[in-house]
Design a protein around this ligand. Structure first.
Ligand code: NDP
Length: 412
């Protein structure tokens, strides 16, 4: 039976047990029906009594769990800007799991690394760009989408450059460091007639999709409150965290980096918007870190639902969300990991852990945008979605600065 939500079907939801916890695996058992079809000759008898030839023979297409991928020449071509930790460890490998995307170009300030990566992924040397000669990408018909994976403060300029070169843009979160920058990005893409999507991978992750479905179906009654914690340690010996520690490149600290997941995922799960925020924040006594390290923040939603969140660079990897309703609770712990997320539904009748067949959320996200480009559709997480989160985070900083509740500005 098809579900109401993209990317999830009934067979993805295997209920393990009630009353206790259980981890029933959900992967389908591989068929062994063809196991004896090895090379050679002979005859056997199938279970239904029909004689079977014991030799290698062709069979019709099996029932496919996913449609076949598009042939390479029909896929949407992507350029990746910034070959850092996230691009190299998650995004480039994930392109191989997509159905509709191919890597067509790379853009980097390190020519040796760019050449090595291009060679490994089969990108033509002529499609390797530096930051200086990027604008010639305009003449590369193999590139339809530019994916901006740079430090936050550079998202605006690179989105503008990509749109100016006639390309659609997928931009990493947070969309930009200010609402003004977000607005400029939306306007630039609109003026160029190009699509803009913000890379909220959690909205393509099957546990989050299932949680949203359960909430919509009323499985935990009326939602009253949502709590969330997102934290990781800053590792200043790693290049990826050196710019995160600097206000001028990161735009904000733990809130912009990971606290954004509390906000965006809560908005996604509830389908409601916060109208007021309160906050306090903490800074480290370390001159190398000019961003805030921790924020405690609460939001009041339009219908009165409340949330209580924190983001932190002071504790080890935690990515947890809990949605409390009048008839039960949904716990996502972890909620926003790359892999291995878990969903626990607690009601008076049962405690159920749902294990869902792992899917690659990065691939689903990229395929969604490719589909939007191919069929001229609006992306599920457009620039306006990213701008709203930036506006909420700015209100949180303002609330922390003034020590008063701050209204979240309404966005046109
Ligand atoms: P890294 O520091 O690992 O990579 C950033 C890359 O940007 C660098 O390797 C470099 O690429 C390029 N760059 C250009 N100018 C600068 C500069 N002045 N300082 C530092 N790097 C520069 O960061 P991440 O990959 O972890 O993060 C990049 C973006 O991706 C951020 O916006 C982050 O929020 C987002 N992100 C999103 C995640 C998600 O789950 N959606 C997870 C992790 C990050 P080169 O050497 O090729 O020039």
């Amino acid at each position: 039976m098809a579900s109401n939500f993209d990317g999830l079907s009934r067979r993805d939801f295997v209920l393990a047990s009630a009353g206790g916890l259980l981890g029933a695996a959900m992967s389908a058992t591989p068929s062994v029906a063809q196991a004896s079809a090895s090379a050679g000759t002979g005859a056997g008898v199938a279970q239904n009594g029909t004689p079977q030839e014991v030799r290698a023979i062709g069979r019709p297409m099996p029932e496919l769990e996913n449609p076949l991928p598009l042939p390479p020449d029909q896929r949407v071509g992507w350029a990746i800007v910034g070959l850092g930790d996230f691009a190299l460890n998650q995004i480039l490998p994930a392109i191989g799991d997509t159905r509709m995307c191919r890597l067509s170009a790379v853009v980097s300030g390190n020519a040796d690394k760019a050449r090595e990566v291009a060679r490994a992924y089969g990108v033509a040397p002529s499609s390797v760009y530096s930051y200086e000669d990027f604008d010639r990408i305009r003449d590369n018909p193999d590139v339809q989408v530019v994916y901006v994976i740079l430090p936050n403060a550079l998202h605006r300029d690179w989105t503008l450059r990509a749109a100016g070169a006639g390309k659609h843009v997928l931009c990493e979160k947070p969309m930009a460091v200010s609402v003004e920058d977000c607005r400029a990005m939306i306007q630039a893409c609109r003026a160029a007639g190009r699509k803009l999507m913000i890379a909220y991978r959690a909205q393509f992750e099957p546990h989050a999709l299932l949680a949203r479905q359960m909430i919509t179906e009323g499985r935990i009654g009326d939602v009253q409150s949502i709590a969330g914690e997102h934290g990781r340690m800053l590792e200043l010996d790693k290049p990826r965290d050196q710019w995160r520690a600097r206000q001028e490149l990161a735009g904000g600290g733990s809130l912009y980096d990971i606290g954004i997941y509390n906000i965006n995922t809560a908005r996604f799960l509830l389908g409601r918007e916060p109208v007021e925020v309160t906050a306090t924040l903490r800074r480290a006594d370390d001159p190398r870190i000019t961003v805030e390290t921790g924020v405690d923040y609460a939001m009041r939603f339009e219908d009165g639902t409340r949330s209580s969140f924190n983001s932190s660079y002071e504790y080890k990897n935690t990515k947890r969300l809990q949605v409390m309703g009048t008839e039960g609770t949904i716990e996502l712990d972890p909620a926003t990991e790359y892999y291995g997320n878990r969903l626990l539904l607690k009601t008076e009748q049962a405690v159920e852990q749902r294990e869902i067949r792992p899917t690659n959320q990065f691939a689903s996200e990229m395929d969604h945008f490719a589909e939007c480009v191919m069929h001229d559709r609006d992306p599920r997480t457009p620039g306006e979605e990213g701008m709203r989160d930036v506006a909420i985070m700015q209100a949180i900083y303002e609330a922390a600065r003034t020590g008063r509740p701050v209204e979240v500005p309404r966005m046109a």
